[in-house]
Design a protein around this ligand. Sequence first.
Ligand code: MTE
Ligand code: MO
Length: 297
Amino acid sequence: MFRNDLNWSDVTPKAKWLNRRQIMAAGAATMIAPRALAASYSTTEKPNTFEEITNYNNFYEFGLDKSDPARNAGQLTIDPWSIQIDGLVERPGNYDLADVMAMGPIEERIYRFRCVEAWSMVIPWNGFQLSHLLDRVGVQPSARYVSFETLFRPEEMPGQRQGFLDWPYREGLRLDEAMHPLTLMATGLYGEPMPKQNGAPIRLVVPWKYGFKSIKSIVKITLTADQPVNTWKRTNHREYGFYANVNPNVSHPRWSQATERRIGGGLFNSREDTVMFNGYGDQVASLYSGQDLAKDY
Ligand SMILES: Nc1nc2c(c(=O)[nH]1)N[C@H]1C(S)=C(S)[C@@H](COP(=O)(O)O)O[C@H]1N2
Ligand SMILES: [Mo]
């Protein structure tokens, strides 16, 4: 029901399609079907402003402060860019960004975004479903997980010249999570190409999980049989797990996850109740039936 049987890139010459994609992203689209489909996944909450989304960031490759990515990410070179796709796939390779971006129709998705630090935003992403990429490269039957890696380039990423994380940043999803239609490869926001501080040129967005799962500036995707190690779990497994589903009932060891602060929300920074799976429970709860989410945090 949510799928468009015709993939745009199947029916439209690529150059024209890329052009259309830009038009789509600018919000001037006359192509009705994909927007109508996308609407069912988007929240009707008011998005944060472009200024808020691009000036309050976590991107430790560019420093620890929320303002560091906006200040330092300008030096990142994003052209050329390619993604190595390997492991348990039928068609491994080093894919140019343009080819990756042609693997699925670019949609607008307005998603709630919840950081493990108990702040949140609403972000209008542009991107395509990771499931389309996985279908294109072909997942082998023995694959059960997908792992992701960020660019390692200390010359351009000052945080990588310091050892506060084990670089490169790594994340992972179970295959069913990766195939879920909510899971996006995001290439832009507000119809603009992805700002560098938000993970240019392409990053993951998994809206029912804490923000750290949504790895930025991806250069490698590997299909694996075993659960991959993710950076934050490796750094402190008591505080950060592999699943990282937003869960108001499971506190972080150092703070409660029951409430959150919406960035830019209101004069007194009043807090809102955090919702299980960040509000996406209807779509994703079934992925975890039979799992103890206090154990699989
Ligand atoms: N490579 C990389 N990806 C990353 C991070 C990071 O430090 N490095 N921070 C994560 C965290 S903790 C959050 S909350 C989100 C922030 O995304 P945003 O700045 O676009 O809001 O990016 C995630 N992806
Ligand atoms: Mo975060």
